[in-house]
Structures are given as structure tokens and as C-alpha cells.
Design a protein around this ligand. Sequence first.
Ligand code: HEM
Length: 443
Amino acid sequence: MRPADATGALDLDRIQGTILRERPMPYFGSYLLYEVGDAAQGRTMLNRLLPYVTSAADWEHPAEEAWLNVVLTHQGLARIGLPQEILDGFAREFREPMRTRNEYLGDIGESDPAHWDLPRHGSFDIGVLLMAPDEEAFAEKLAIGQAAQADLASVQRVSRLDVRTPDNLREHFGYADGISRPYIEGQGGTPRRGQTRVKPGEFVLGYVDEQGRIASGPGPETLWRNGTYLSIRKLHQKVAEFRRFLQSRADDEYGQELLAAKMGGRWRSGCPLALSPDKDVAVEPERLNDFAYYDDDPRGSKTPLGSHIRRVNPRDSLKDSIVDIRLHQLLRRGAAYGPMLPEGVLEDDGVDRGVVLAFANAHPGRQFEFVQSQWVNDGDFISAGGEQDPLVGNHVTDGDFVYAAKPVRRRLRGLPSFVVTKGGEHVFLPGVNGLEYLAAGRW
Ligand code: HEM
């Protein structure tokens, strides 16, 4: 391993692939979650998985598009025998089960952890994350996961959640997704136009972060270097409710699309309002992210201050405030679960559908948790009091959403919640070196 003060290229062959690899399209994936009774058997499972773990080595042009990655919860690390003094040194947000942090994260009301179903029995220890471009490759990776556990009596699978591309190749509300992501210095390749450059230590432990420090973890360096935390959320989407809402607050189809765009910050096609505020137009892929807000749209007349993408990544908008947006960047990995509600259906069919989001962050407190609590579920940072993210806020108090319109700005009152949290956990995604250390069990 390179020394911890290296600031150059990332050790791509030691970092698990999910951080950098592009999600295939279409995709076939799964979250397989296991509970471990016996420490030695848990480590045996890790040993068996190790040869199949996909790194980020060839992330731009992978020889094989499918991947398999392995994560552990804090409880999982304890159950495979990691000593207490090391366990105590991990980030606090990771040490505490996410369900106990629910008030802060806004998981209240319908989103209360009492109703969560991922994992089914409340907790898990080891997770195997699969992603593949077709059924066949998926089946191959699934078989590896299953074989690793097969004869280990004390290792039980407690949940399996499959993710699949909805038929319209978008997410369930109908928006194109997977567009914006930061460029990690040292990842290789060339930053795309408008892509925010972020120091690697914001996303991967063992590298310099935006505060000029090496992001680190507890115990020997080999345990944490090239690893990171993934903040996982299972979010149920009330698609029928969302469609009815658009219909009830707009006069015609254009009005519905415009409202969806104002809420999201992009037209559902992916075209940013920043580039075309009044009409949905085709935009070349390399321009989809090429915009900022401070000079061009300080008051939000194109992209509302409270719209989803402007909240969760205000880009340069907060330049004059004390908030340093470089410390709150998220690297999103997301995939949809559940079948699509057929186009045009306005009644809920009772089927569970939504998205599983996994945010990679080396500092989950000031990254995922900050964004979720301050930018999604609060409006103070844009002087909008208790207003929340119109698309994904919890709206337990029936929040408002204000946006610029002609001739006068519009205030939509009493937004219902369109998204309900159904599960979540901060997990550790070790580097390949970390996995080797954990599998060996020589502490
Ligand atoms: C069901 C829930 C959600 C849906 C449907 C959703 C949808 C979207 C869409 C359509 C985009 C724009 C396209 C793109 O850049 O990929 C986006 C961007 C983004 N979302 Fe979400 N999102 C959800 C939840 C969340 C949550 C809970 C967070 C953070 C706590 C989040 C963080 C982000 C970030 C950081 C971006 C990129 C913004 C940018 O850089 O411009 N999303 N989301």
C-alpha cells in the first residue's frame, strides 16, 4: 500500500467498484443481507467472497460489467470478532443503528423505523451488493453470494431486495436519474463539464479530504484505507399520489411537467431548468451538468431555491454564507426496486416500489446526515423556515413549496409526503485490503 499521506491517484484496484463504476442500463441488482452467529463462520464467508469482490480498477472500461461488493455493519464487525477498542473508534453515526437516529434524520410519522422492513428483522451484519447488466450475469453473481453462505449454519440471510430498471428506464416518479456526480480527484479519466471536483478523502478513507486532513478510521491503516461508509436508504415512492398531485395543481400537461421540473430542478427528461427554464429541450449528455446558480440565477427564478437538486447540491449558491458546500458532497449510488406503476394509473395499487440509495461518504455526519437533516428536511439555509424538499421531504407538517412563476410567484400549500423511508443503515465498505484483514481475523 502507498503511505497514507499520498495525495495522488486512488488505489483503484483496492477500492470496491461500487464507488466509481457506472450503473449498467438496464440493470439487475440485489442487496443480500446476512446475520452472523459465529465469528469464525462470518470470517469464512468473507474469505469465500474475497476472490470475487470487484474492484474499481477498470471502472471506466470494465472487462466485466457486473460487480459484487461486500459491506459490514458495526454490529457485523463486532460479530466477526473485531476488538472493542477498534470498534469504538469508528464514526459515531456508523456505531449507532440508523433507526435510533430517526428524529434527527426526519424518519418520523409514516417513516418511523417501527414500520421499516429493510432489513426485515431490524438489523444485519454482512451485506452482499450485486449489480449486473442482464439476468444471466446477475444469476452468476447471485450464485457466488449463495455459495459463500451455503453450509454455514450460523450465517442466515435475513433479507433480499432486488433492484431493477423500471420499464421506462427512469426512476419511479418518471425522472431521468444518475446524471450528476462529483469528480473525485485521483479517480482518473477527465472531469465532465460542470462536474464538481472534490478531494478524494471526502469519499475514500486514507486520502486527503477538503479540510486538508487524511480521512482515517480506527485500528491499523490496512483496515480502513481505501474503504468508506455507505449510508443506505430504502425509500418507498408514492407514485399515484405524486401523479394526482401534479394533476390537481396544474391546468394541463405542460403545467404538470413544469411543476415536476420546478420540484426537481430538472425536467423529467433530465434537462436542467438552469439551461432551459420554460421548455423541455434535448440537451447533449456532456452539457447536462454544466451549470451553476450564483451569477446566473441567484434568486431561483429558473431553478427554485427549494427544488430537490438545488437543495441537495447548492453548487455555488451559498458562496456568501458560512456554509462550505465542499464539506457536504454526496456520491450517490441508486437503483429502483418494485415494478413500475403503469403510465396513467392514478390509484395506488398497494405495491411497494421505490429506490435504494447508497451515499458514499467518508464523514457521514457532515455529509449524508447533514444533507438529509438540514437541506432536505429544513429550509433555514435558504431563508425558507420550515419548508422542505418538495419531492423527498417528510412533510409531516404539510409543508409549502414556493417558486417563481409569471406574473407572480406561486406558493403551493400543504404538500403531502411522496417518499416514505422503509429502511436504512450506515455500513462500512472496506477496501480490498480491509476485507483481507477482516477475513484473516488476526487482530
Ligand atoms: C425517492 C427519493 C429520491 C428521488 C426520486 C430523487 C431523484 C433525483 C433526481 C431525479 C435527481 C436529478 C438527476 C440526477 O442528477 O441524477 C437527483 C439528484 C440528486 N439527489 Fe435525489 N432523489 C431522491 C432522494 C434523495 C435524497 C434523500 C438525497 C440526499 C439526502 C438525494 C440527493 C441527491 C443529490 C446529491 C443529487 C445530485 C444533485 C446535483 O448535483 O445537481 N436524493 N435526485
